[in-house]
Design a protein around this ligand. Structure first.
Ligand code: PGA
Length: 249
């Protein structure tokens, strides 16, 4: 049995005081949730504060990105060691917004995963196809390439795979449970080929317009082990309801 993993991706949202307010109200709401791994990925500026507030709670802190060098003349970048230093436990790598707006290639994603893993950080590795690619029937080709190149030479330990169809991110268009299940099953098979028995513990989570309204049905899918939540994670009430999902048929 894989324990569900539900993470908030705040993207470029929330100041320090907004982070503090959210977390102080969120902790009591979810303190009794033990059946789900919960993480929050605030912007870099809020990482240390969030980690301090979440110390000794059942909520982990994640970063939204990382650079692959250890230190040096890389203006604006943040290294894996720096993330660990803040108290961060996970890092999101390869988010489609990074690939799309910041030209992150599979090669860069692979380097980031390697570097982050060296420090023991858990990885939330994002993959997903665009609308154009889906309509051209290339969904599985894209996923295959992203998985094979992104994970080349990488040990799967402490890794979560996030399937995030780009057409569903921030658009209000969620993949249907059937569409999500079909892709998650494909990814699970792929991971099984790559990692054999070790792949059984890997969680494959879904992201793309997850809301309190659709989480229950999504979590019913056999191969769907959690969610990466953007917009709906910015409000305490909606993110709490997502974390406390109820499986329905
Ligand atoms: P969304 O974002 O929930 O706002 O669609 C998800 C993500 O990009 O991780």
């Amino acid at each position: 049995m894989r324990k569900p993993f539900i993470a908030a991706n705040w993207k470029m949202n929330k100041t320090l005081s907004e982070t503090q307010e959210f977390i102080s109200k969120f902790i009591p709401e979810v303190k009794d949730v033990s059946a789900v791994d919960i993480a929050i990925a605030p912007p870099f500026t809020s990482l240390a504060l969030a980690a301090e507030q979440l110390k000794n709670t059942n909520v982990m802190v994640a970063s939204q990105d990382v650079f692959y060098e250890e230190k040096g003349a890389y203006t604006g970048e943040v290294s894996p060691v720096m993330l660990v230093d803040t108290g961060c436990k996970y890092v999101i790598i390869g988010h489609s917004e990074r690939r799309q707006y910041f030209n992150e290639t599979d090669d860069i994603v692979n380097k980031k995963i390697r570097a982050a893993k060296k420090t023991g950080l858990g990885i939330i590795f994002c993959i997903g196809e665009s609308l154009e690619e889906r309509e051209a029937g290339k969904t599985f080709d894209i996923l295959q390439r992203e998985i094979e190149k992104g994970l080349e030479g990488i040990d799967p330990e402490n890794m979560v795979i996030a399937y995030e169809p780009i057409w569903a991110i921030g658009t209000g268009k969620t993949a249907s449970a059937e569409q999500a299940q079909e892709v998650h099953e494909y990814i699970r098979n792929k991971l099984n080929i790559l990692y054999g028995k070790k792949s059984e513990n890997l969680r494959i989570i879904y992201g793309g317009s997850v809301t309190p309204e659709n989480i229950d049905l999504l979590m019913y899918c056999k191969d769907l082990d959690g969610a990466l939540v953007g917009g709906a994670s910015l409000k305490i009430e909606s993110f709490t309801r997502i974390v406390k999902f109820r499986k329905v048929k």
